[in-house]
Design a protein around this ligand. Structure first.
Ligand code: DAH
Length: 343
């Protein structure tokens, strides 16, 4: 075998072995393999020397080439297995999970404070025999105003800034029209609660254009202010906590006569005076009164055989008093940082 061909083969063998050793990842290693063992690689070039060799040297040269090729293939496989394993180890090292770390936790949903307060009020009054009613958000002018003794052009209409849908329909400004639907459709005596969204063209730190009300209507024989006062006082104690006093101030609502504004002693300071009750010790929670005979007349109910009382509260207002919320606008915003305080 020619000395020259043999030595260049040996040289290639050690160059390839070095290149394989140098490669630090399977990709670089493959590049080195292509360089030496590939179709256009260095070994293929050396094979071309075969043509110029004397005939008797060709077999032994061919054998030597095959040995070198086999040696490098084996070396490659070993190195590849090693580098692949090394790569997997490094990856596992980097992606190691620390099972002792605290989990990120999952928040479960919960009732909105407005719904919670509604449910609580309903549950308390259900114990006195009241059951829940709802009604349409878009009301005929008749149900929102006229049947409640608020005739067209009556100044009482200015008490509530109304969104008109058309000449004869409004977004209901209060839940009192639910009373009328019940008076028209239900058997007497009755004890109902009307609740849901109401709308007024009004918006500031203590007023929302869309808010919720709940109101109670009791119609029976021989109903007096004493029944009204007893019911509301019971409710206030159950809802805000024992020891709270209730106070009734003469007021005016077209659908009740007499009418009274309801105050309770401030649940935050227990009547001592604080910023919530503006240092009066009292906080206004809603309106009430005995059903005005005019309302019975509209609903074709015989008076004074049947008499009644009613009262109504703003639910957002009850919520801000109960939970000490400073700005009523936080309630409809639905910021999760706020809502999660009620879970
Ligand atoms: N509807 C009244 C309002 O929204 C609240 C109210 C007052 C309801 C007296 C009543 C009541 O049932 O008797 O301003």
């Amino acid at each position: 075998m020619s000395q020259q061909a043999a030595s260049s083969l040996d040289q290639l063998k050690s160059q390839a072995a070095q290149a394989f050793e140098k490669a630090q990842n399977p990709q670089d290693l493959y590049q080195a393999k292509v360089q030496f063992l590939g179709k256009a690689g260095a070994i293929t070039d050396v094979m071309k020397l075969m043509a110029s060799l004397p005939k008797e040297e060709k077999p032994s040269f061919g054998k030597k080439v095959n040995e070198v090729k086999q040696f490098l293939e084996d070396l490659y496989s070993q190195r590849e297995a090693f580098l692949t394993e090394k790569e997997i180890q490094a990856k596992m090292e980097n992606e190691k999970l620390d099972l002792t770390l605290p989990g990120s936790g999952a928040f479960s949903g919960s009732l909105h404070p407005v719904q919670r307060v509604t449910d609580e009020i309903v549950q308390i009054l259900a114990r006195l025999g009241y059951s829940l009613r709802t009604g349409p958000l878009i009301e005929k002018d008749y149900y929102n105003f006229e049947a409640l003794n608020i005739p067209p052009d009556h100044p009482a209409r200015d008490m509530q800034d109304t969104f008109f849908v058309d000449q004869t329909h409004v977004l209901r400004t209060h839940t009192s029209p639910i009373q009328i639907h019940s008076l028209e459709n239900e058997e007497l005596p009755l004890r109902i609660l009307g609740t849901g969204g109401v709308f007024r063209c009004d918006s500031d730190i203590s007023h929302l254009p869309h808010f919720h009300q709940i109101e109670a209507l009791c119609v029976d024989e021989k109903i007096s202010m004493a029944d009204l006062k007893g019911t509301i006082s019971f409710f206030v104690r159950e809802f805000f906590g024992p020891g709270l006093k209730t106070r009734f101030r003469p007021s005016f609502f077209p659908f009740t006569e007499p009418s009274a504004e309801v105050d309770c002693s401030c649940p935050v300071c227990k009547g001592k005076g604080c910023s919530l009750c503006k240092h009066t010790g009292w906080i206004e929670i809603g309106g009430s009164g005995l059903v005005n005979p005019k309302v019975f007349e509209h609903a074709k109910i015989e008076y004074p055989k049947w008499q009644g009382f009613a009262f109504g509260f703003g639910i957002e207002r009850m919520a801000i008093i109960k939970y000490g919320i400073e700005d009523i606008r936080l309630l409809p915003e639905n910021d999760l940082r706020f809502l999660r305080q009620f879970t």
